[in-house]
Design a protein around this ligand. Structure first.
Ligand code: IMP
Length: 202
Protein backbone atom coordinates (compact mmCIF):
# COMPACT_ATOMS: atom_id res chain seq x y z
CA UNK A 1 0.00 0.00 0.00
CA UNK A 2 1.17 3.53 -0.71
CA UNK A 3 1.94 5.79 2.23
CA UNK A 4 -1.42 7.25 3.22
CA UNK A 5 -0.08 10.14 5.35
CA UNK A 6 -3.28 10.16 7.31
CA UNK A 7 -3.97 11.02 10.92
CA UNK A 8 -6.66 9.15 12.83
CA UNK A 9 -7.80 10.06 16.34
CA UNK A 10 -8.13 7.05 18.63
CA UNK A 11 -11.37 6.99 20.61
CA UNK A 12 -9.77 5.61 23.80
CA UNK A 13 -7.67 6.68 26.78
CA UNK A 14 -5.83 3.31 26.72
CA UNK A 15 -2.16 4.08 25.97
CA UNK A 16 -1.43 0.39 25.33
CA UNK A 17 -4.09 0.25 22.59
CA UNK A 18 -2.63 3.45 21.10
CA UNK A 19 0.86 1.89 21.02
CA UNK A 20 -0.42 -1.39 19.49
CA UNK A 21 -2.30 0.52 16.78
CA UNK A 22 0.68 2.73 15.92
CA UNK A 23 3.00 -0.31 15.77
CA UNK A 24 0.75 -1.85 13.12
CA UNK A 25 -0.44 1.20 11.15
CA UNK A 26 2.63 3.47 11.18
CA UNK A 27 4.25 1.42 8.37
CA UNK A 28 1.52 2.76 6.09
CA UNK A 29 2.05 6.39 6.96
CA UNK A 30 -1.03 6.33 9.20
CA UNK A 31 -0.48 8.10 12.48
CA UNK A 32 -2.88 7.29 15.28
CA UNK A 33 -3.03 10.07 17.86
CA UNK A 34 -4.75 10.38 21.20
CA UNK A 35 -7.84 12.45 21.95
CA UNK A 36 -5.65 14.72 24.13
CA UNK A 37 -3.35 15.48 21.16
CA UNK A 38 -6.27 17.00 19.25
CA UNK A 39 -7.82 18.66 22.31
CA UNK A 40 -10.90 16.50 22.83
CA UNK A 41 -11.96 14.44 25.82
CA UNK A 42 -15.00 12.32 25.00
CA UNK A 43 -16.76 10.04 27.49
CA UNK A 44 -18.83 7.54 25.56
CA UNK A 45 -21.39 5.40 27.33
CA UNK A 46 -20.99 1.93 25.86
CA UNK A 47 -24.70 1.12 25.65
CA UNK A 48 -24.40 -1.42 22.83
CA UNK A 49 -24.71 -5.17 23.29
CA UNK A 50 -22.24 -6.05 20.52
CA UNK A 51 -18.60 -5.11 19.85
CA UNK A 52 -19.76 -3.62 16.52
CA UNK A 53 -22.29 -1.29 18.18
CA UNK A 54 -19.89 -0.03 20.86
CA UNK A 55 -17.04 0.42 18.40
CA UNK A 56 -19.27 2.58 16.18
CA UNK A 57 -20.57 4.61 19.16
CA UNK A 58 -16.99 5.46 20.21
CA UNK A 59 -15.58 6.27 16.76
CA UNK A 60 -18.59 8.41 15.79
CA UNK A 61 -18.53 10.42 19.04
CA UNK A 62 -14.83 11.28 18.68
CA UNK A 63 -15.17 12.09 14.96
CA UNK A 64 -18.05 14.46 15.76
CA UNK A 65 -16.17 16.11 18.66
CA UNK A 66 -12.89 16.55 16.75
CA UNK A 67 -14.08 16.99 13.16
CA UNK A 68 -11.32 14.51 12.21
CA UNK A 69 -11.38 10.87 11.06
CA UNK A 70 -11.59 8.77 14.23
CA UNK A 71 -10.81 5.13 14.90
CA UNK A 72 -12.11 2.95 17.73
CA UNK A 73 -11.41 -0.56 18.91
CA UNK A 74 -14.05 -2.33 20.94
CA UNK A 75 -12.68 -5.54 22.25
CA UNK A 76 -13.12 -8.18 24.89
CA UNK A 77 -12.66 -11.73 26.03
CA UNK A 78 -15.41 -14.32 25.39
CA UNK A 79 -15.13 -17.48 27.49
CA UNK A 80 -17.04 -20.55 26.26
CA UNK A 81 -17.75 -22.08 29.69
CA UNK A 82 -19.15 -18.71 30.86
CA UNK A 83 -21.58 -18.40 27.91
CA UNK A 84 -19.37 -15.79 26.24
CA UNK A 85 -18.78 -13.64 29.36
CA UNK A 86 -17.24 -11.20 30.07
CA UNK A 87 -17.61 -10.27 26.34
CA UNK A 88 -18.57 -6.65 25.73
CA UNK A 89 -18.44 -6.12 29.51
CA UNK A 90 -14.75 -7.14 29.74
CA UNK A 91 -13.61 -3.68 30.89
CA UNK A 92 -16.40 -3.55 33.50
CA UNK A 93 -16.30 -7.18 34.73
CA UNK A 94 -16.82 -7.29 38.52
CA UNK A 95 -17.79 -3.61 38.77
CA UNK A 96 -15.93 -0.29 38.87
CA UNK A 97 -13.74 -1.04 41.92
CA UNK A 98 -11.65 -3.73 40.19
CA UNK A 99 -8.43 -3.04 38.29
CA UNK A 100 -6.98 -5.29 35.53
CA UNK A 101 -5.53 -7.74 38.08
CA UNK A 102 -8.80 -7.81 40.04
CA UNK A 103 -10.73 -8.61 36.88
CA UNK A 104 -8.50 -11.49 35.79
CA UNK A 105 -8.45 -12.89 39.33
CA UNK A 106 -12.27 -12.81 39.32
CA UNK A 107 -12.22 -14.61 35.98
CA UNK A 108 -9.89 -17.32 37.35
CA UNK A 109 -12.22 -17.67 40.36
CA UNK A 110 -15.27 -18.04 38.10
CA UNK A 111 -13.40 -20.60 35.99
CA UNK A 112 -12.56 -22.83 38.94
CA UNK A 113 -13.77 -26.35 38.11
CA UNK A 114 -15.08 -25.26 34.69
CA UNK A 115 -14.33 -26.97 31.42
CA UNK A 116 -13.57 -26.49 28.62
CA UNK A 117 -11.24 -23.54 29.24
CA UNK A 118 -11.47 -22.37 25.63
CA UNK A 119 -11.97 -18.66 24.94
CA UNK A 120 -11.42 -16.04 22.27
CA UNK A 121 -10.45 -12.40 22.17
CA UNK A 122 -12.50 -10.27 19.76
CA UNK A 123 -11.68 -6.83 18.38
CA UNK A 124 -13.88 -4.70 16.17
CA UNK A 125 -12.21 -1.67 14.60
CA UNK A 126 -14.41 1.13 13.29
CA UNK A 127 -13.23 4.23 11.48
CA UNK A 128 -15.65 7.14 10.99
CA UNK A 129 -14.90 9.90 8.50
CA UNK A 130 -16.39 13.42 8.72
CA UNK A 131 -18.21 12.87 5.38
CA UNK A 132 -20.23 10.05 7.00
CA UNK A 133 -18.26 7.12 5.56
CA UNK A 134 -17.61 4.21 7.94
CA UNK A 135 -15.13 1.31 7.69
CA UNK A 136 -15.34 -1.72 10.01
CA UNK A 137 -13.11 -4.76 10.50
CA UNK A 138 -13.28 -7.67 12.98
CA UNK A 139 -10.51 -9.93 14.26
CA UNK A 140 -10.58 -12.91 16.61
CA UNK A 141 -7.87 -14.85 18.43
CA UNK A 142 -8.62 -18.26 19.96
CA UNK A 143 -6.90 -19.47 23.13
CA UNK A 144 -7.54 -20.89 26.59
CA UNK A 145 -7.80 -19.50 30.10
CA UNK A 146 -4.65 -20.32 32.09
CA UNK A 147 -4.90 -21.72 35.63
CA UNK A 148 -2.74 -18.89 37.03
CA UNK A 149 -1.44 -15.55 35.70
CA UNK A 150 1.88 -15.68 33.82
CA UNK A 151 3.96 -12.85 32.32
CA UNK A 152 4.36 -9.12 32.81
CA UNK A 153 3.64 -7.64 29.36
CA UNK A 154 0.50 -6.28 27.73
CA UNK A 155 -2.59 -5.23 29.66
CA UNK A 156 -6.04 -6.41 30.75
CA UNK A 157 -6.50 -10.18 30.71
CA UNK A 158 -3.16 -10.84 28.93
CA UNK A 159 -1.59 -12.76 31.88
CA UNK A 160 -4.37 -15.38 31.85
CA UNK A 161 -4.92 -15.71 28.08
CA UNK A 162 -2.88 -18.72 26.93
CA UNK A 163 -2.00 -19.52 23.32
CA UNK A 164 -1.49 -23.32 23.16
CA UNK A 165 0.53 -23.20 19.91
CA UNK A 166 3.05 -20.78 21.48
CA UNK A 167 2.84 -22.28 24.99
CA UNK A 168 2.72 -18.73 26.36
CA UNK A 169 0.18 -16.23 27.61
CA UNK A 170 -0.27 -12.92 25.78
CA UNK A 171 1.62 -11.29 28.67
CA UNK A 172 4.68 -13.49 27.92
CA UNK A 173 4.90 -12.35 24.29
CA UNK A 174 6.84 -9.38 22.94
CA UNK A 175 4.62 -6.63 21.47
CA UNK A 176 5.59 -7.85 17.97
CA UNK A 177 4.70 -11.47 18.80
CA UNK A 178 1.36 -10.41 20.28
CA UNK A 179 0.47 -8.19 17.31
CA UNK A 180 1.23 -11.07 14.91
CA UNK A 181 -1.49 -13.31 16.40
CA UNK A 182 -3.82 -11.04 18.35
CA UNK A 183 -7.45 -10.16 17.68
CA UNK A 184 -6.46 -6.48 17.34
CA UNK A 185 -3.57 -7.31 15.02
CA UNK A 186 -5.90 -9.31 12.77
CA UNK A 187 -8.65 -6.66 12.83
CA UNK A 188 -6.11 -3.95 11.98
CA UNK A 189 -4.70 -6.00 9.09
CA UNK A 190 -8.23 -6.27 7.66
CA UNK A 191 -8.82 -2.60 8.36
CA UNK A 192 -5.63 -1.72 6.44
CA UNK A 193 -6.90 -3.63 3.39
CA UNK A 194 -10.30 -1.92 3.58
CA UNK A 195 -8.69 1.51 4.00
CA UNK A 196 -6.48 0.85 0.98
CA UNK A 197 -9.53 -0.03 -1.15
CA UNK A 198 -11.42 2.98 0.23
CA UNK A 199 -8.59 5.41 -0.55
CA UNK A 200 -8.08 3.89 -4.01
CA UNK A 201 -11.76 4.50 -4.80
CA UNK A 202 -11.59 8.20 -3.91
P1 IMP B 1 -12.83 -1.52 25.63
O1 IMP B 1 -11.67 -0.61 25.85
O2 IMP B 1 -14.14 -0.96 26.03
O3 IMP B 1 -12.84 -2.07 24.23
O4 IMP B 1 -12.61 -2.73 26.62
C1 IMP B 1 -11.80 -3.77 26.26
C2 IMP B 1 -11.46 -4.58 27.49
O5 IMP B 1 -11.23 -5.93 27.04
C3 IMP B 1 -10.13 -4.12 28.10
O6 IMP B 1 -10.34 -3.24 29.16
C4 IMP B 1 -9.51 -5.42 28.55
O7 IMP B 1 -10.03 -5.76 29.80
C5 IMP B 1 -10.01 -6.41 27.53
N1 IMP B 1 -9.06 -6.52 26.40
C6 IMP B 1 -9.24 -6.12 25.12
N2 IMP B 1 -8.16 -6.37 24.38
C7 IMP B 1 -7.27 -6.95 25.20
C8 IMP B 1 -5.95 -7.43 25.01
O8 IMP B 1 -5.34 -7.36 23.93
N3 IMP B 1 -5.38 -7.97 26.10
C9 IMP B 1 -6.00 -8.07 27.30
N4 IMP B 1 -7.20 -7.61 27.55
C10 IMP B 1 -7.86 -7.05 26.49
Amino acid sequence: MEQANMRLVLASKNQKKLAEMNDILSHLGIQVCSEAEVGVDVEVEETGTTFEENSLLKARAVMEASGLPAIADDSGLCVDALSGAPGVWSARYGGPDLDDAGRYRLLLENMRGQSPRTAKFVSVITCCFPNGDVLTARGECPGTIAFAPMGEGGFGYDPVFFIPALKKTFAQLTPEEKNAVSHRGKALERFKQKLEEYLAGK
